[in-house]
Write a protein that binds this ligand. Structure first.
Ligand SMILES: [Fe+2]
Ligand SMILES: [Fe+2]
Length: 175
């Protein structure tokens, strides 16, 4: 019986209000979301830059973060969530990762003073924004995963460990 659900006399939040948003995200989700926020912040920062050397340095950080993030999703999160998350959503996510990686490689092959460098970084940021929305939006990938039976806290530990490994491996080189 839900007739009185939105009427509270004590000022306590209603069931409707707390559902979903108030629950703590499991580790796998909070870790992936944290990566998303970090990269978004760096893309915003990139837009404020004028010096080529600074652009190059910041893009290196963005590229490394995106490579590691997409790889841990593809190695662990996506395959393990097959069956919990709609196939279409997962399939499209792989295709979007591949598109992002192509664009990253194009940008890495360029110098910041070349034509279209800034444009390509901007398009990459918009592309990633779209992809992140598909993962985080209500009813999207993460929401579906959270409804499933997998232990997303335990998976979070594995994502974290693999991330550290890949950061050392891919980020260790100077160029
Ligand atoms: Fe992601
Ligand atoms: Fe992704």
């Amino acid at each position: 019986m839900a007739t009185a659900q939105t009427r509270t006399t004590s000022g306590r939040p209603t069931a409707r209000k707390t559902r979903g948003t108030a629950r703590r995200d499991p580790l796998a989700i909070s870790l992936l979301k944290k990566d998303h926020r970090q990269v978004e912040e760096w893309f915003d920062e990139f837009e404020q830059l004028d010096a080529d050397a600074e652009k190059l340095e910041l893009f290196r950080k963005i590229a490394l973060a995106l490579k590691v993030h997409t790889q841990i999703e593809e190695e662990i999160f996506y395959p393990e969530e097959r069956g919990e998350v709609d196939d279409d959503i997962l399939d499209e996510a792989y295709v979007e990762h591949a598109g992002a990686k192509r664009l990253i490689a194009e940008i890495e092959a360029m110098k910041p003073d070349e034509d279209l460098y800034d444009a390509k970084v901007k398009v990459l940021s918009e592309y990633i924004k779209h992809h992140v929305k598909e993962e985080e939006q209500p009813g999207g990938m993460f929401a579906q995963a959270k409804k499933g039976d997998d232990d997303l806290d335990a998976m979070g530990e594995r994502l974290q460990a693999r991330k550290a490994e890949l950061m050392a491996k891919l980020g260790g080189r100077k160029h």
